[in-house]
Unconditional design. Structure first.
Length: 417
């Protein structure tokens, strides 16, 4: 039932549901309901889409469907649910779907698609970058070969190179010419359609790197690359990541001569997150407020953004917000407070696993060599929530992990509202 036209999908799904009500529902009925939920989400009817996604999951539990249908239903449903639910709460089900589909020999595209969804969520949630993440990405790349889907490999290679650039020291962290992915070389071997999609994914993550490491030339270059791509995607988490840093970078660069048109592009992204925020998305609120702070840099706007990032436990965005706020404070000659926020930002980057960025700050600001983590946490704690609440003995307690899902044989319970 899935088509590129959301309205057409909605019409077909609704006709199929009416037919099932009249003549009886078969094993694919939960997937039909899921298709209707997805189409409604794409046309902006988020409340109805969320309700139908929960209905689909409930149906997959009640109907005598096999493991494959159940997993495929949950995969698509959580793509809808994460529009409003916290990203960190949706990762574990994707791993469970991946495991179940592998177990029953499900469609290879769905087996690998689960992991694309998962890693996009991982980055969007700001979970800790670590060597284990890169090892798992390598395993999935090998699985692509095993399942005969070499076209998927590039997606995972791009994601692995992003993690490497964030974690390890490189000559230019905004370039993708590393051990996992060489952009120019890889793009030259692709056909036009594959190249277009790979360039979108590569440029989106390079834009994020450029914003984090504050490389204005690369930011402008990536914005130009991405400006003509539509503000839509079958993966809502991937769209979230792209529009988040597109909007932030657009507002950051629109003041440069010759790039004034970026302001309108930033406004479009701001409108996307504003709409999600109005519907109650916990993921959209910190992005929306941080964009407002980049659009109109003031103490009040940055304070609101920092508090929202901390409340959502998105340490990646909180680290970025505190660093950009510190830059503003330096321009206002409030050096003492700026140093406090830079210190807090430095430790947040380290908690995130962005050690290359933490090193950049360390090399730029000598006082950070003497900075103490305890002092940083006490001097610039956000008023709403301490992001250290998920830590124990100085380490993060994982909200979800690979090992808990791959080793468990029990079904993960579905949270309903």
């Amino acid at each position: 039932l899935n088509t590129s036209n959301a309205n057409l999908t909605k019409l077909l799904a609704w006709k199929a549901i009416r037919h099932a009500i009249k003549n009886g529902a078969g094993r694919h009925f939960p997937i039909v309901v899921t298709s209707l939920a997805s189409s409604l989400a794409k046309i902006g009817k988020l409340k109805a889409a969320q309700e139908l996604a929960h209905v689909s999951i409930a149906l997959s539990d009640k109907f005598p469907v096999d493991l494959e249908i159940r997993a495929m239903t949950c995969l698509e449903c959580y793509n809808v649910l994460l529009l409003l639910q916290a990203f960190r709460d949706c990762g574990e089900p994707y791993l469970q779907c991946h495991k179940d589909l592998k177990l029953v020999g499900g469609p290879p595209d769905y087996v690998l698609g689960c992991m694309i969804y998962y890693f996009e969520l991982f980055y969007a949630a700001g979970l800790e970058l670590c060597p284990l993440l890169e090892s798992k990405l390598l395993l999935i790349e090998e699985l692509c070969h095993t399942l005969g889907r070499p076209g998927f490999i590039v997606s995972f290679q791009i994601q692995r190179q992003f993690a490497l650039n964030m974690r390890t020291r490189t000559e230019d962290p905004t370039e993708f010419e590393g051990a996992a992915f060489k952009e120019a070389e890889s793009l030259n071997t692709m056909n036009s359609n594959s190249r277009k999609m790979a360039l979108r994914d590569s440029s989106s993550l390079r834009l994020q790197l450029a914003f984090v490491f504050w490389n204005e030339d690369v930011m402008c270059q990536m914005l130009e690359r991405l400006r003509d791509y539509p503000r839509s995607d079958v993966l809502f988490s991937r769209l979230h990541n792209r529009l988040c840093f597109f909007g932030l970078s657009a507002f950051a660069m629109c003041h440069k001569k010759g790039y004034e048109s970026f302001f309108k592009l930033g406004q479009n992204c701001l409108g996307y997150f504003e709409n999600l925020k109005k519907h109650g998305s916990v993921n959209a609120k910190p992005v929306y407020l941080l964009m407002l702070a980049m659009k109109a840099p003031k103490r009040k706007t940055f304070t609101k953004a920092i508090n929202a990032c901390a409340e959502a436990r998105m340490i990646n965005l909180e680290a970025i917000a505190k660093e950009r706020f510190a830059v503003l404070l330096m321009k206002e000659n409030d050096v003492a407070l700026a140093n406090d926020y830079l210190t807090s930002s430095y430790w947040l980057y380290r908690d995130w696993g962005a050690h290359a960025k933490a090193l950049q700050l360390l090399q730029t600001y000598d006082f950070l060599k003497r900075a103490k983590k305890k002092n940083a946490q006490s001097s610039t704690l956000s008023s709403n929530m301490d992001t250290t609440e998920t830590r124990k003995n100085g380490h993060f307690i994982p909200v979800f992990s690979f090992n808990t899902t791959f080793q468990s044989r029990e079904k993960i319970s579905v949270r309903r509202v």
